[in-house]
Ligand binder design. Sequence first.
Ligand code: FE
Ligand code: CA
Length: 529
Amino acid sequence: MADTTSRPLLTRRLFLAGAASSALTTGGLAPSIVEAAPRLPGNPFTLGVASGEPAPDGFVIWTRLAPDLAPNLAQGGGMPPAPMAVDWELALDARMRRVVRRGRVIARPESAHAVHVEIGGLAPRRPYWYRFRAAGVQSPIGRAVTTPSAGAPVDLYRIAVASCQHYEYGYYSAYRHMVADKPDLILHLGDYIYENGTNNRSTRTVRRHPPHEAKTLAQYRERYALYRSDPDLQAAHAWCPWVVTWDDHEVDNDYANDQSEHRALPAEFLRRRAAAYQAYYEHMPLRRLSRPRGDHMQIYRRLDIGRLISLNVLDNRQYRSDQVCGGERGGSAAITDCEALSNPDHTMLGHPQEKWLTGNLGRSKARWNVLAQQQLMAQFVAYDKQNRALRSNEGWDGYPGSRERILKFIEQSRVQNTVALGGDIHSYWVSDLKPDFGKRDAAPVATEFVGTSISSPGIPYGRLMAHMPSNPHIRYFESRRRGYLLCAVTDDHWLTDLRTVKTVRDRHSGIDTLRSFYVESGRPGAHLA
Ligand code: FE
Ligand code: CA
């Protein structure tokens, strides 16, 4: 719960006594703030800086003070349990010479000394650079970009899409290449961390998690700090604003609302969820809107990119009904059709979010309408030896009523150019979406691109490929490669490059474009470029 004010604050009560707050009020080219340097065990900016939630007039800038990340040693990241003043400045140039804003914010121990500063009043579609200063130390410089004005035409906008970055299973060279691609925005669709304990017996891992599954606030904080200590991930956060949403592993594998994977009591699990959400908020460049309130956190929201893109960021986890038809065991299962699937109260998004989404889509004047969500929306069925159709009860196939309502709405309200983006499944999928996937000849009403994982291990290729002939609306599938999506969007086309690293075992791995698919405006469905 960091302060987000940009006004100078009196510091007498604070840990950092003696800061020269007068410099704050001068603005313009005032010299950097001089302050008494408290003793910290090291550089407080080991986790880098980040920006997010871009708007035409501003964005959020973020950092967390954590001078010591040694596991077990430093549950507080090495910070003393006291507030500390953090100064920030925003400039028009990468060398921070033309400073246009500065301010002071207080990093508090109850927020893991994370700070979120919401900056407004800036010019549209323009890069800015920012940095922080605490305990006499300057942070690295980050870059943030405002979005085009509401309703303004946009010639080209590029979005990189990431998901599923298990730390143990690979290096993040994908992020190094993503920065070189210079996207306008990075979208993270979940599994930013994995909560599980170490898989150190696996021969496929390249680095280590803590030994235990994260369940407490201290453990979640430690996990985020471990992930964010990666230099390639930090560089991607420093390059441009991020827009994030979560999936299950930010809390617990396969959780659904108040239902944990292993059937903990809901009240007990909600306490764990509250700790996980708090740590998520602390480490992501989110606005005050998303500040956790008890065990709830508002993360579904809309961002607009001029009149080109309306970006609906969805939350598939917090409000969903528990997975059904899988028997007593919690979590995901391959299921045959069963009655509970068609219960109208069985929901992926929850009623308020679904209404909010269709309301946005119905009113939208944007050229492209994006569903930025976590999982594969397209139906995928596999036939077993008895010729029974099997599907997963965990993704949208486990919530067919919700999916059908949304896709029918898109069809009936003639929502223009809907593109679903997803992750979770550690593989690339390019699909045509339709309200009834059984109708082979029906035209698609929307297009879907699911990105593969940044580093998490892929799903079995041959086993899934064998079922693709039964799923003709799936135009492309590849699970053997890791990487991300790079989407170049214009009024006339949506072009998605499937960017793929050669290996996640090498920090310096090269990059390739596996395939490119485009969607023509006015004609849902993807075509090989
Ligand atoms: Fe994942
Ligand atoms: Ca997942």
